[in-house]
Design a protein around this ligand. Structure first.
Ligand SMILES: Cc1cc2nc3c(=O)[nH]c(=O)nc-3n(C[C@H](O)[C@H](O)[C@H](O)COP(=O)(O)O)c2cc1C
Length: 237
């Protein structure tokens, strides 16, 4: 065999592993947000309050879908209170603020933070156990989510957006096809809790059901088995 050809083949064999390593390193460098998010410590939310000056009857009377918000951030306490209303744990046995068929809890609640005091913009998963937020992605995703919601402006202008997603199998494994109905009922209960809690905090929200499922999944980097069911922008009235 030609000597130069042998030399070239040997060089290629020696260099190839380094090229693979360099390519992998470049890939990680291009996705720093995900890399750092994985290591970020969960955010402990302030203890939810269980007293308020607003009666349940008043909140029911005043509840309205609100689509215009003042340009002002939410506090971490308000944000935590809303998430707690959606799926917070309220008993030693793990029961939650919202009922769930068979207590199977198929819902996953996300926070898309834009302007929340003390919380960098990003996508967070609410962990009912511990009342924590885990960062899923960094950066402001409200624009993407607004596009996914067919351009509904309030999804972009709200300081924070709650997204309720579901893992259907948690409920359908027990209840078969009827489980699908139960998951939707679970989500409706959680969403109404958010509405009433927002009203009691003098905040406004609206349940947005018109969106592209795949686009929301992409905007929030949702796991494959989680399907978005409703989007709830929240802001000051
Ligand atoms: C399942 C469901 C889907 C909805 N989808 C949207 C939506 O995509 N965009 C929107 O602005 N409002 C949406 N709404 C809010 C309704 O328009 C609103 O509840 C209705 O107009 C009654 O007004 P109220 O909530 O102030 O009583 C939705 C409500 C429900 C229950």
């Amino acid at each position: 065999m030609d000597e130069t050809l042998i030399k070239r083949m040997t060089m290629e064999r020696l260099v190839r592993p380094y090229l693979v390593i360099a390519a992998l390193a470049a890939l990680f460098a291009l996705t720093p947000e995900r890399g750092t998010c994985m290591e970020r410590k969960p955010v402990q939310l302030p203890q939810p309050r269980i007293e308020s000056g607003v009666s349940l009857e008043r909140a029911l009377k005043e509840r309205r879908s609100v689509r215009e918000y003042r340009s002002a951030p939410l506090t971490l306490a308000e944000t935590g209170q809303l998430l707690w209303a959606a799926q917070g744990i309220t008993s030693r046995g793990g029961f939650r603020t919202a009922p769930s068929a068979g207590a199977l809890y198929p819902l996953e609640v996300y926070l898309v933070a834009g302007e929340v005091e003390g919380l960098p913009a990003g996508v967070y998963r609410y962990r009912p156990a511990g009342h924590l937020l885990e960062q899923v992605d960094a950066g402001d995703r409200r624009h993407l989510l607004c596009d996914a919601a067919l351009g509904q402006r309030w999804v972009r202008t709200a300081p924070a957006v709650i997204v309720i997603a579901a893992v259907y199998s948690r409920t359908t494994e027990k209840y078969s096809t009827r489980g699908t109905r139960y998951v939707h009922l679970d989500a409706g209960c959680a969403a109404e809790n958010v509405y009433l809690q927002a009203t009691a905090l003098s905040l406004g929200t609206v349940l947005v059901g018109a969106f592209g499922d795949g686009d929301v999944q992409k905007a929030l980097s949702l796991p494959r088995d989680e399907e978005p069911l409703c989007i709830m922008p929240v802001g000051r009235r």
